[in-house]
Design a protein around this ligand. Structure first.
Ligand code: FAD
Length: 434
């Protein structure tokens, strides 16, 4: 088993980990060499997770959107290693990566071991199935591969429906959070684009149902936002079932407390839970398998930090939030990456960043497709919240994605990339049908 050593090893190149690697690499790697900062991810390319519903609907193409970690590493002066975390020993400061297998199970790359001086865990989270029978058979939107599999099935179902006698297909989405709402809006857009390319003989209806156990969708956001989103979705023909608990998932239907909902495709987009394997790394974890950290993002082991969805970060400094943890959001991972980059760089200079990590909630935005969005922007400390909708909300939503790109690529490249994508869509259409 080959061994390697790096000063700082970051596991997980998502919304938080990749930004951290880029910031540290630019600061430390440029002069001292790429051996200082290593990023590890189980995927060879990066897709910003909040866009997975677009991958699922086919309105975003991973071949265009995906950014190679190796190329990002070269530009930002960090090293990259492809591999899935297998073991993590915070005392020996050693981790191992699972072997990489070729098709048929043949070992392509054996298990590898890496030692580190400082370790950062940024491995994100998955869905919470709440022990619901059959839920593991539903489609999930945890990884890019999940979204791609869903997209392939969606195209097959579209094809089947357009040549069927019924001329209908149905999708049931469990969970009326941002993921479920945005997915339903994106599916409607994909369907509309598709209809534009079909003859009247082949046109079919798309039925979408959102099933939410709580009394309203977007429960974490202000009531005005859920009301607006419900109206917008219902206008588009989405059936919103609130107060309906999913009892079981069957291949062709959802069994709910309000009766059965038949569906050709079922997506589970409810709940957030970190990987069960997190409990095996000798670090303190909570009941949803997140690493327990303090307000400096330090785990229970010295020289090991955690950030993003996989970390239970105490929410300090905001009135009314004491005792709770920072929500699992891209904007939180983004802020934590900036904080930790500063803290680690200060520590290298034998200094300590005295201020704790304070999450600033800039508000929440939900995309409703067709250049429409809805959300609330926070008006700063103690100030009023601004309700935004329509194009402004959609642009504010897109700016979150651009901020992420700016953090990993810089402003000029982000502008070029955004323009290139816009032109590509103009030429080839927005919907990926292959
Ligand atoms: C469809 C959808 C829409 C969303 N929309 C929004 C939104 O509008 N706004 C918002 O703020 N948040 C949104 N979120 C939540 C947001 O995506 C997450 O909070 C954010 O991505 C968390 O960042 P992270 O770095 O902790 O984890 P991730 O971005 O999930 O990154 C984790 C990384 O770790 C890698 N990894 C995981 N396990 C291993 C392992 N064992 N070994 C090696 N690598 C591993 C993964 O490949 C991945 O690259 C959305 C989520 C989804 C699914």
């Amino acid at each position: 088993m080959a061994g390697m050593h790096y000063d700082i090893v970051i596991v997980g190149g998502g919304a938080g980990g990749l930004e951290l690697a880029a910031r540290l690499g630019r600061k430390l790697g440029r002069k001292a060499g790429k051996e200082r900062v290593l990023l590890i991810d189980r995927s060879s390319f990066h897709i910003w997770k909040p866009t997975l519903h677009e991958v699922a609907a086919g309105t975003l193409d991973t071949h265009q959107e995906g950014l190679s970690y190796s190329i990002l590493g070269r530009a930002n002066h960090f090293s990259f290693l492809l591999g899935e975390l297998d073991s993590f020993d915070p005392v020996a400061k050693r981790l191992s990566l699972k072997p990489i297998l070729a098709e048929g199970g043949k070992v392509l790359v054996p298990e590898r071991s890496v030692t580190f001086t400082w370790g950062v865990l940024a491995i994100g989270s998955g869905s919470n199935l709440f022990g619901t029978p059959g839920a593991d058979q539903a489609h999930l939107l945890e990884r890019t591969e999940d979204a791609e599999v869903f997209h392939t099935r969606l195209l097959a179902a579209f094809m089947k429906a357009s040549f069927s006698a019924e001329k209908t297909m149905s999708v049931a989405i469990v969970g009326g959070g941002a993921t479920g709402v945005e997915l339903s809006a994106e599916l409607i857009e994909a369907h509309r684009e598709l209809l534009g390319s079909l003859g009247s003989e082949q046109r079919f209806r798309l039925d979408i149902a959102i099933v939410e156990a709580a009394p309203r969708i977007l429960g974490g956001l202000p009531e005005k936002i859920s009301d607006q989103a419900t109206v917008a979705l219902e206008r588009k023909g989405v059936r919103v079932h609130t107060g309906a608990k999913v009892v079981a998932v069957h291949p062709d239907r959802l069994e709910t407390s309000q009766g059965d909902i038949p569906a050709d495709l079922i997506v589970w987009a409810a709940g957030v839970k970190a990987a069960p394997g997190n409990t095996a790394y000798g670090l303190e974890t909570n009941k949803t398998n997140q690493f327990v950290v303090n307000d400096r993002l330090e785990t229970s082991a010295p020289d090991v930090w955690a950030l993003g969805d996989c970390a239970a970060v105490p929410w300090v400094g905001t009135e009314g939030k004491e005792g709770s943890i920072v929500p699992a959001r891209a904007q939180a991972a983004h802020q934590q990456a900036s904080y930790l980059a500063k803290a680690l760089i200060a520590r290298l200079g034998q200094r300590r960043v005295e201020a704790p990590f304070v999450y600033k909630d800039f508000g929440s935005l939900v995309s409703l497709g067709e250049n429409r969005g809805v959300g609330a922007l926070m008006g700063g400390l103690g100030g009023p919240n601004f309700f935004v909708e329509g194009l402004i909300a959609k642009w504010a939503y897109i700016s979150l994605h651009l901020d992420h790109h700016r953090a990993i690529m810089g402003t000029p490249k982000t502008i070029v990339l955004a323009l290139a994508r816009l032109l590509q869509q103009r030429v080839a259409g927005r919907l990926k049908l292959h």
